[in-house]
Design a protein around this ligand. Structure first.
Ligand SMILES: *Cc1c(COP(=O)(O)O)cnc(C)c1O
Length: 340
């Protein structure tokens, strides 16, 4: 057996000997910050007057959409590739993605001169595919959803020896995205609530490790009820795939829960909410109307969860990360028109 052969996995995904399933610590997040601060700016934390009025609270937007690639994930990609084992520089890395994870790895690959291959679903967001190609990645189309693409990427990794960058079973990704939470905890130590969307769970894990540990804040995850795999895993303590995966929000569209992030979220996440697709759609339209920010559907799951818990938020300090801005223009226009 070689280094490139899969090993026994606790979840339904394929993992390789180089995948450590031990959750990172806050020390890993501080180390990640030292590495990525040379490559990425801090992001602004800006009070939203409109949402503050809606919730009778101080609501701050953590503008992760202002990072290069337009989504938080690039923090993780840069951290992982900055410490990549040189043995993998040829043939490089491979990942499956609906778009933002792929853009993150493509960006970091260009930065560190590592070849990048990304497998995307056949109907992937066009703008995200174009962005990955612009960053120099090879984009392969395979399957009808993320999990089909993932299986193909896993096969190519074992056949061709690429370093497979898993979307969640990667302590370096979780520590990297956790740097956003360090920025929040330092700038706003009096935070009471942080609402975070959950797809594979890396982002929520990062906020739990930082904001959850360094402040008294309640950290709440949100997922679409049309794609509740991680919610089920968290609530019922298992790692079984879920058959339903129908969300329009590709950033949180997965059928399979991941071992590392499920464990971390079970230990540390304070609450996890399922929200409706209608509430997600409405959130995208509303935020565009009041703030002129084009947020992705994935991100709007958090706003929908805030609205579920609106009664408790009055008088408190709330952070709502704008996790990404790579929504297709036609989709945004349709949502703004449909939800007036
Ligand atoms: C990936 C993504 C999410 C979900 O993050 P996970 O770390 O996979 O849970 C939310 N919003 C956007 C914009 C994303 O790209």
């Amino acid at each position: 057996m070689s280094y490139y052969d899969p090993v026994e996995s606790p979840d339904e995904t394929t993992v390789f000997p180089y995948h450590k399933l031990t959750p990172p610590t806050i020390a890993d997040v501080f180390r990640a910050r030292n590495r990525i601060s040379q490559h990425l700016p801090k992001t602004p934390l800006i009070k939203s007057e409109a949402l503050s009025a809606e919730f009778d609270a101080d609501v701050y937007l953590k503008r992760e959409d202002t990072l290069p690639t337009g989504a938080f994930k690039v923090r993780g990609g840069v951290n992982l590739l900055s410490t990549l084992d040189p043995d993998f520089h040829d043939p490089g890395v491979i990942a499956a993605s609906t778009g933002n994870h792929g853009q993150s790895i493509a960006y970091a690959g260009r930065q560190f001169d590592v070849p990048v291959t990304i497998v995307v679903p056949e109907d992937a967001n066009q703008a995200k595919v174009a962005a990955m190609e612009r960053l120099g990645a090879t984009v392969l189309f395979s399957g009808t959803d993320f999990d089909d693409s993932r299986v193909h990427a896993e096969e190519l990794a074992s056949e061709d020896g690429y370093r497979y960058v898993h979307s969640a079973n990667e302590p370096a990704l979780v520590a990297g995205v956790g740097t956003a939470g360090l920025e929040v905890a330092e700038e706003l130590p009096d935070i009471d609530y942080l609402f975070c969307p959950v797809g594979g769970g890396s982002s929520a894990s990062g906020y739990c490790l930082t904001v959850g540990a360094l402040t008294d804040a309640t950290v709440i995850g949100a997922q679409s009820e049309a794609a509740p795999a991680m919610y089920r895993a968290w609530a019922n303590d298992h790692l079984e795939p879920h058959d339903r995966m129908e969300t329009f929000a590709e950033g949180i569209a997965t059928r399979v829960p991941f071992a590392l992030t499920t464990r971390l979220l079970r230990d540390r996440l304070d609450d996890f909410r399922l929200v409706s697709e209608d509430a997600i759609r409405k959130g995208v339209g509303d935020l565009y109307r009041v703030e002129r920010i084009p947020m992705e559907g994935a991100c709007a799951a958090s706003l929908a969860a805030m609205r579920q818990r609106a009664d408790e938020l009055s008088g408190s300090t709330v952070v709502f990360p704008i996790s990404g801005r790579n929504i297709e223009l036609e989709k945004l226009e349709a949502l703004v028109a449909e939800t007036v």
